[in-house]
Design a protein around this ligand. Structure first.
Ligand code: FES
Length: 103
Protein backbone atom coordinates (compact mmCIF):
# COMPACT_ATOMS: atom_id res chain seq x y z
CA UNK A 1 0.00 0.00 0.00
CA UNK A 2 1.19 3.46 -0.83
CA UNK A 3 1.74 6.14 1.68
CA UNK A 4 1.85 9.68 0.29
CA UNK A 5 4.76 11.77 1.50
CA UNK A 6 4.86 15.53 0.97
CA UNK A 7 8.33 16.36 -0.40
CA UNK A 8 8.48 19.93 -1.76
CA UNK A 9 6.61 22.79 -3.38
CA UNK A 10 5.61 21.97 -6.96
CA UNK A 11 7.28 25.23 -8.02
CA UNK A 12 10.69 23.79 -6.98
CA UNK A 13 10.61 21.51 -10.03
CA UNK A 14 10.95 23.24 -13.40
CA UNK A 15 10.90 21.77 -16.88
CA UNK A 16 14.24 20.13 -17.70
CA UNK A 17 15.76 21.03 -14.30
CA UNK A 18 15.54 17.89 -12.16
CA UNK A 19 15.89 18.20 -8.40
CA UNK A 20 16.54 15.64 -5.70
CA UNK A 21 14.77 15.09 -2.42
CA UNK A 22 15.40 12.64 0.39
CA UNK A 23 12.47 10.48 1.42
CA UNK A 24 12.87 7.82 4.07
CA UNK A 25 16.65 8.10 3.72
CA UNK A 26 16.46 7.48 -0.04
CA UNK A 27 17.43 9.95 -2.73
CA UNK A 28 14.67 10.50 -5.26
CA UNK A 29 14.90 12.67 -8.37
CA UNK A 30 11.93 14.75 -9.53
CA UNK A 31 11.35 15.84 -13.11
CA UNK A 32 8.77 18.23 -14.49
CA UNK A 33 7.30 17.88 -17.95
CA UNK A 34 4.63 20.56 -18.41
CA UNK A 35 1.88 20.03 -15.85
CA UNK A 36 3.23 16.68 -14.71
CA UNK A 37 5.98 15.66 -12.31
CA UNK A 38 7.72 12.27 -12.38
CA UNK A 39 9.94 10.61 -9.78
CA UNK A 40 12.73 8.03 -10.01
CA UNK A 41 15.57 6.85 -7.82
CA UNK A 42 18.29 9.49 -8.03
CA UNK A 43 21.22 7.09 -8.23
CA UNK A 44 21.87 5.63 -11.66
CA UNK A 45 21.50 1.84 -12.01
CA UNK A 46 24.86 1.68 -13.81
CA UNK A 47 27.31 3.49 -11.57
CA UNK A 48 27.70 6.09 -8.90
CA UNK A 49 26.07 9.09 -10.50
CA UNK A 50 23.12 11.28 -9.62
CA UNK A 51 20.48 11.70 -12.26
CA UNK A 52 19.49 15.10 -10.85
CA UNK A 53 22.88 16.28 -12.15
CA UNK A 54 22.17 14.88 -15.60
CA UNK A 55 20.61 16.38 -18.68
CA UNK A 56 16.81 16.21 -18.94
CA UNK A 57 15.04 16.64 -22.22
CA UNK A 58 11.30 16.16 -21.85
CA UNK A 59 10.60 12.61 -20.70
CA UNK A 60 14.25 11.53 -20.94
CA UNK A 61 17.00 11.93 -18.38
CA UNK A 62 20.59 11.41 -19.44
CA UNK A 63 23.04 10.25 -16.79
CA UNK A 64 25.93 12.70 -16.33
CA UNK A 65 28.56 9.95 -16.07
CA UNK A 66 28.22 7.74 -19.19
CA UNK A 67 25.21 9.30 -20.90
CA UNK A 68 22.82 6.40 -20.37
CA UNK A 69 19.21 7.55 -20.79
CA UNK A 70 16.06 6.59 -18.91
CA UNK A 71 12.41 7.35 -19.63
CA UNK A 72 11.21 9.12 -16.47
CA UNK A 73 7.62 7.88 -16.99
CA UNK A 74 8.43 4.17 -16.96
CA UNK A 75 11.97 4.05 -15.59
CA UNK A 76 12.97 2.12 -18.71
CA UNK A 77 16.65 2.08 -19.61
CA UNK A 78 16.75 3.37 -23.18
CA UNK A 79 20.33 2.83 -24.30
CA UNK A 80 23.79 1.47 -23.50
CA UNK A 81 25.59 1.25 -21.18
CA UNK A 82 22.43 0.84 -19.09
CA UNK A 83 21.13 -2.68 -18.59
CA UNK A 84 18.78 -2.15 -15.65
CA UNK A 85 15.67 0.00 -15.49
CA UNK A 86 15.39 2.55 -12.70
CA UNK A 87 12.76 2.45 -9.99
CA UNK A 88 9.93 4.94 -10.37
CA UNK A 89 7.53 6.32 -7.77
CA UNK A 90 3.95 7.53 -8.12
CA UNK A 91 3.59 11.31 -7.91
CA UNK A 92 0.58 13.35 -6.88
CA UNK A 93 0.34 17.14 -7.05
CA UNK A 94 -1.81 18.44 -4.22
CA UNK A 95 -2.19 22.07 -3.07
CA UNK A 96 0.84 23.10 -5.12
CA UNK A 97 2.95 20.46 -3.38
CA UNK A 98 4.64 17.34 -4.71
CA UNK A 99 3.64 14.10 -2.97
CA UNK A 100 5.49 10.85 -3.58
CA UNK A 101 3.96 7.44 -3.05
CA UNK A 102 6.16 5.21 -0.92
CA UNK A 103 5.48 1.53 -0.28
FE1 FES B 1 24.89 6.28 -15.25
FE2 FES B 1 27.05 4.92 -16.12
S1 FES B 1 26.65 5.71 -14.15
S2 FES B 1 25.30 5.57 -17.26
Amino acid sequence: TNQWVDVCPASDVSDDFPVSVIVDGKEIALYRVGNEVFATDNLCTHGHARLCEGFQEGYEIECPLHQGRFDVRSGKALCAPLTTDIKIYPVRLADERVNIGIE
